[in-house]
Design a protein around this ligand. Structure first.
Ligand code: C2E
Ligand code: CA
Ligand code: CA
Length: 837
């Protein structure tokens, strides 16, 4: 077999190369002209990087300038290479395992000699016998990506990247004729950019086809004759049922190689048992056989072994004659095993199985063993013939192939295929048990930025760490898979209640949002999750994954770093949730059981009252005290947060007016604003109306917003913030440090206060890390003219530590807990000298 050939024998020489300054479109034009799948970026004798067809997916076709960037900016680097003597089989395995399509072939001094691609291997791997024997449908990719003719080029490229398909069928145009778009076509579109036009007009037509029952060799010949790389596969009715390309043939042939080897063994076994009566003929076969053969007498004493036996075990004929095969025993099988073997042999004259034996060198090996009893004319056993092959390697290969086919090379997680298998099983199980199961689609937020700014190596490392963190937060029975890129899927089987999945989702979001340290950088990255449930959102893998994906998109649109259920109603289907939501709805209408508490913020230096934060409290006759941590998220999900927030604002304004009437000089009160409140177009007018209704000056009211509320719609945010600060109400950024934590954009917004999240304050003194963050944030905030609040100060030690960092304001239990309005006035509000009451 040509698997042992060194790759230098089949590599391509005469590489296409260019300098790093070459515009991408020019490089692509040269590739298209030469039908090369890659171009090497060289500086003098040195290969800086490579740009391959596969990289086309990184090009944004919606941007005409993207095709003119210098290739040096978009190439992949470094270039993976193999030494010229690497065997073809190993090269094939590594292409697979590493998901590459090319290796540079280098000499002893690392000088570039040529390149070897997947196609070269497919053509040279000696797979022809297989291609001749197998039908197209064995190797085709079923359910190919089909794109509507009206889809724009940029979107088409994006979908191909997402699905990992190197080619897509383009649905019929006016004439109904199918077309195809491949990576290679995309290279052409870089060379002469057609604009972001519908792919219907760009697809190659006609789409060459092959019948699913034709032999693969025909498909291959058609590909080579037409210099194409993909064919559409038609079933008997002429419908497109798949795509087949070189990559599929290569993958198919590897599996078939193993299968065929097994079949060949079986054939030989059959031949041997037929020749029981013709031992002499058999002996000739035996001499030449590649398999180890032992002939013993009726009492198992070895009479003869063939040369292959010696090669496989290390024992010569002289060493073993007269002894029994037990000298090969590995000790891995117990007496029962051998006993059963003998029984079967006596009963049927034949035994076959796998057995571990030991070579003369001591090394263990797995053999496929067949023992046949050889009888004389009277039917009395006079010899045994044992025939074996070493299948250790085969087993390892099988394992390797299995891993390649089912696991993601980077993270070692199950890939899409294995996930779908497992999902199918789990669905069947859930069906029988009448249980739910959940699919969570996870996509990292802004992963592309990490790749673009810190490089792909850091990107890869991040993916591995993300996988670790996710896995860490799951149960053993859950499946975590990587679909590719920055997309992961979690499957939770056997859900008892829908609530369980949202708990897990929250845990996963939290896990990812902790900072990562990679390549000397510390940074945060969020993730967006979408959830679908069986049987509610689909009863097979495909719709479940698709719907989870759709839900993930909603999570991205509605704020990122969060999760969404595909079927939004599911959130509240759980009884208690539903009851709680109903209760909250009633409460919002009546206002009963709601109360606002006030927590003081004091100046760090003098300790005088600066302002208060309004914090909502809810006591329900049945549920008792419900914490904001429980009901605020519920209110946000159900939309009740808007009327609830309205109630808080009205209540606070009334309170401020009451305090004034009662002769107190009230301090400004800050109200927490949820995202949905903030995006109300008439927010500023509503605030003005409330102030006017109670005849209050604007500076008595402030608002607290989290960064994520601001980030998603920056233009609207700017306008609304400007409106609020014109009133003039002060605006604070809440929980700083837990989200995007970008000071640079705050700079441009009219906010005046920054509240450092209490998690950092709590860590003060405990971890150096927290101190560093507080120091950095307060330093930069001061530069930007912002006041800095330390939230959640509980101890004197924390208070003292803050003295070092230039924090302006302090809030926390140490100073004062949130208390009701009367208590707050008593403790904190100075009476105006001559109050009316
Ligand atoms: P937040 O805006 O970060 O509010 C500060 C939270 O920290 C409050 O929790 C407060 O009681 C707590 N806290 C203050 N000092 C300390 C301390 O020293 N140690 C500790 N461990 N905690 C301290 P609370 O009242 O449970 O509110 C939780 C969250 O609920 C608030 O976080 C806010 O996001 C939300 N929330 C509360 N009231 C409202 C409201 O009227 N509208 C909206 N939209 N959200 C609200
Ligand atoms: Ca707050
Ligand atoms: Ca806060």
């Amino acid at each position: 077999m040509s698997h042992d050939l060194p790759i230098e024998r089949i590599m391509q020489t005469g590489l296409l190369s260019c300098g790093p300054d070459t515009p991408l479109c020019e490089a692509a034009a040269r590739m298209a002209a030469r039908r090369c799948s890659s171009i090497l970026v060289m500086q003098g004798e040195r290969a800086l990087g490579i740009w391959t067809e596969h990289d086309v997916f990184r090009v944004d076709f919606a941007d005409p300038a993207a095709v003119r960037v210098p290739i040096g900016e978009v190439m992949s680097t470094p270039v993976a290479s193999l030494h010229r003597t690497t065997p073809v089989a190993e090269a094939a395995a590594r292409l697979h395992a590493e998901g590459r399509r090319h290796f540079l072939v280098v000499g002893d001094a690392d000088e570039v000699l040529g390149i070897i691609t997947q196609t070269d291997l497919a053509l040279n791997q000696g797979i022809e016998p297989y291609l001749r024997l197998r039908e197209v449908r064995c190797a085709m990719r079923a359910r190919p990506l089909v794109l509507p003719a009206g889809l724009l080029l940029a979107e088409a490229a994006r979908r191909m990247r997402r699905s990992g398909d190197e080619a897509a069928v383009v649905a019929g145009d006016d004439t109904g004729e199918l077309g195809i778009v491949t990576e290679r076509d995309l290279v052409r579109f870089i060379a002469d950019h057609p604009g972001n036009t519908p792919i219907g007009a760009l697809a190659s037509r006609p789409l060459l086809t092959v019948g699913e029952q034709e032999m693969l060799i025909h498909a291959r010949d058609r590909l080579i004759d037409n210099q194409m790389r993909h064919l559409a596969v038609l079933d008997e009715a002429g419908r497109v049922v798949g795509l087949v390309g070189f990559r599929d043939m290569l993958a198919g042939a590897e599996n078939l190689y193993l299968e065929d080897l097994r079949e060949a063994l079986e054939q030989r076994d059959r031949a041997l048992s037929q020749s029981r009566q013709h031992l002499q003929l058999a002996e000739r076969v035996i001499e030449a056989s590649l398999e180890g053969i032992i002939i013993t007498d009726a009492r198992s004493r070895i009479e003869f072994v063939n040369p292959a036996f010696t090669r496989l075990t290390g024992y010569s004929l002289e060493e073993v004659v007269g002894r029994t095969p037990a000298l090969l025993s590995s000790g891995r099988h117990d007496a029962d095993f051998y006993h059963a073997m003998w029984q079967e042999l006596q009963a049927h004259g034949y035994w076959r199985g796998e057995i571990w034996n030991r070579r003369k060198s001591g090394q263990l090996f797995l053999e496929q063993l067949t023992i046949t009893a050889i009888t004389d004319d009277q039917g009395v056993t006079n010899h045994y013939a044992a025939l074996f092959t070493d299948i250790t390697q085969l087993r390892e290969n099988e394992e390797r192939v299995r891993r390649l086919a089912y696991y993601d090379a980077l993270t070692g997680l199950p890939n899409r295929r294995l996930l779908e298998d497992r999902l199918e099983l789990a669905i069947r199980h859930a069906h029988r048990q009448e249980q739910r199961l959940a699919v969570i689609f996870i996509d990292l937020d802004h992963f592309k930025q990490v790749n673009d700014t810190l490089g792909h190596a850091v990107g890869d490392e991040l993916l591995v760490k993300v996988a670790e963190r996710l896995a860490h937060r799951l149960r053993e029975d859950d499946t975590l898979a990587r679909l590719g890129g920055d997309e992961f899927i979690v499957m939770l089987p056997e859900l008892d209640e829908p609530d369980e999945v949202t708990r897990v989702a929250r845990r996963l979001v939290e896990g990812i949002s902790e900072p990562f340290t990679l390549g000397g950088h510390e940074f945060r990255i969020g993730c967006s999750l979408g959830i679908s449930l069986y049987p509610d959102d689909g009863d097979s893998p495909e719709p479940l994954v698709r719907n989870a994906d759709a839900a993930m998109y909603r999570a991205k649109q509605e704020g990122r770093n969060t999760y969404r259920l595909y079927h939004a109603g599911m959130h509240v289907q759980h009884h208690q949730q539903l009851a709680l939501e109903t209760a909250l709805r009633n409460t919002v209408e009546s206002g009963e059981g709601l109360e606002v508490h006030y927590q003081p913020l004091v100046t760090h230096d003098a300790g005088g009252l600066h302002s208060a934060e309004a914090l909502l409290r809810w006591t329900h006759p049945e549920f008792g005290v419900v914490t904001p941590g429980e009901f605020i998220p519920l209110a946000e999900r159900s939309g009740l947060i808007v009327p609830l927030g309205e109630w808080v604002m009205a209540r606070v304004c009334r309170q401020l007016a009451e305090w004034r009437r009662a002769g107190f000089s009230p301090a400004p009160v800050a109200i927490n604003l949820a995202a949905q409140q903030f995006v109300q177009p008439d927010l500023v007018e509503r605030v003005q109306a409330q102030l006017a209704a109670h005849d209050l000056p604007g500076h008595l009211l402030g608002f607290e917003l989290t960064e994520s509320t601001l980030v998603e719609r920056p233009d609207q945010a700017r306008e609304t913030l400007q409106g609020l600060s014109d009133i003039p109400c002060h605006v604070a950024i809440d929980d700083f440090g837990t989200g995007y934590s970008s000071l640079s954009y705050l700079h441009e917004l009219p906010v005046s206060i920054l509240k450092i999240d209490r998690s950092f304050i709590q860590g003060l003194g405990a971890t150096r890390h927290s101190g560093a963050i507080v120091a950095a944030v307060s330093g930069m905030a001061r530069e930007l003219g912002l006041s800095v609040v330390a939230e959640g100060v509980e101890t004197e030690a924390q208070h003292r530590a803050l003295g070092r960092y230039g924090v302006d304001l302090i809030q926390g239990y140490l100073i004062g807990r949130p208390v009701d309005a009367d208590e707050f006035a008593r403790q904190w509000l100075p009476a105006v000298a001559t109050g009316p009451a």
